[in-house]
Design a protein around this ligand. Structure first.
Ligand SMILES: Nc1ncnc2c1ncn2[C@@H]1O[C@H](COP(=O)(O)OP(=O)(O)OP(=O)(O)O)[C@@H](O)[C@H]1O
Ligand SMILES: [Mg+2]
Length: 366
């Protein structure tokens, strides 16, 4: 979903083909672990699930490609070097955000955090997605330093004055994606208030009657739910679940901060509630986050492997810091997770790993 690619074509965002970010990251993971799990789980080519708890390879191959890692790296480099040619209100959410046109012709949503933890959460969540191997579902994102007299912002000095952004603030730039549409949660999570139904479990035995495209969508949702659990992001499915109290049909409405690209792939936008803000409000939101996680008993095998390795090596925070420092030139400006937040992240990794083992045990006992 690279802007320049799409502009050369139909004018819409055309997601590029190609693999996800996997090969780059496997070096950090336990060698051979994927092979061992595959051995434990002989695949039935006709089944959407293999080994009791993993989406089949054939199904995963149907998932529409997201943001190609090479194109992403290229855009990030370009966006960091580009000058902001214009800043417009509208199109990017709340009134403190702006739509920027960059000197290379691409566009980006610029988010200004009312609270610095929002931009920090956005940047760290983006890197956690990289660590988990799911970054291709998030639009490319980088940080920028607002300096009205600097090279990057000099052309939009007047617009900056109207934005009320603080000089020296760190903002996030997210690549603009054309033609995003809304996404309603699929059936397992489409509970209605007062129906007495809890979240339906998503396990291998519950997939009967689903079409191929519904299954392909579920593959992406299981990554999303793991991601949002790990980051404690309450501003997506969880906020909809919360709203059930006064809006019984909220689960039939669009999910916040989730969109569909024209190729059908899901795009996880606005991850600012993750890791920092979310961890501060755990006691309020975990009563929604945890049942959501427990409702999922099928996983992308690669994601489960990442979780398993991060559990085994107990290095989630240090790996996150390594990626953040390596790939985000302004990482030093915002600081990293506190020791307590780092422990919370590791604790949540361990919890997800335990949950996956539980699902495995349940599937084996059937
Ligand atoms: N990178 C992007 N490409 C295309 N559209 C985007 C992008 N980022 C945001 N938008 C559009 O702006 C809307 C709001 O974005 P976002 O959630 O990031 O902002 P917000 O400040 O949380 O606003 P809101 O409170 O409306 O959710 C999205 O629903 C989408 O329509
Ligand atoms: Mg939002």
């Amino acid at each position: 979903m690279n802007e320049r690619r799409s502009e050369a074509g139909s004018g819409g965002a055309a997601p590029p083909p190609g693999p996800g970010p996997e090969p780059r990251q496997r070096q950090n993971l336990e060698p051979g672990s994927r092979e061992r799990l595959a051995q434990e789980a002989p695949a039935d080519p006709a089944s959407p699930v293999q080994g009791g708890i993993f989406w089949s390879r054939a199904l995963e191959q149907q998932v529409p490609p997201g943001f190609d890692p090479e194109q992403t790296a290229l855009w990030l480099e370009t966006a960091r070097a580009a000058r902001v040619a214009s800043l417009e209100r509208g199109g990017c959410g709340r009134s403190s955000n702006r739509l920027a046109r960059l000197s290379d012709g691409s566009r980006a949503c610029v988010r200004y955090g009312i609270n610095p933890e929002q931009i920090q959460g956005e940047a760290l969540s983006y890197r956690l997605a990289e660590l988990l191997g799911i970054q291709q579902r998030l639009p490319p994102m980088t940080l920028a330093l607002v300096e009205a007299r600097g090279r990057q912002w000099g052309q939009v000095r007047d617009e900056l004055r109207g934005s009320h952004w603080t000089e020296g603030a760190v903002v996030s730039l997210t690549q603009w994606v054309d033609n995003l549409t809304d996404v309603v949660a699929p059936a397992p999570w489409r509970s209605e208030a007062g129906s007495g139904r809890r979240l339906q479990p998503l396990a291998a035995g519950e997939l009967g009657g689903l079409t191929q495209s519904q299954l392909v969508e579920l593959v992406q949702w299981t990554d999303l739910i793991l991601f949002d659990y790990l980051t404690a992001n309450f501003d997506r499915l969880v906020s909809n679940l919360f709203s059930l109290q006064w809006d019984p049909r909220v689960m039939h409405r669009a999910t916040s901060n989730l969109h569909r690209a024209p190729n059908g792939g899901l795009v996880f936008i606005d991850n600012e509630a993750g890791l920092v803000h979310g961890y501060r409000l755990l006691s309020m939101w975990d009563k929604y986050n945890e049942p959501l996680l427990r409702s999922v008993c099928i996983f992308r095998e690669a994601t489960a492997q990442r979780v398993r390795d991060l559990h085994r090596l107990q290095n989630a925070a240090s790996e996150l810091l390594r990626l953040y420092r390596t790939h985000e030139p302004l990482s030093g400006r915002l600081g990293f997770l506190s020791e307590q937040q780092a422990q919370l992240l590791q604790g949540r990794i361990d919890f997800v790993h335990k949950h996956i083992l539980h699902c495995k045990a349940m599937a084996t006992s059937l």
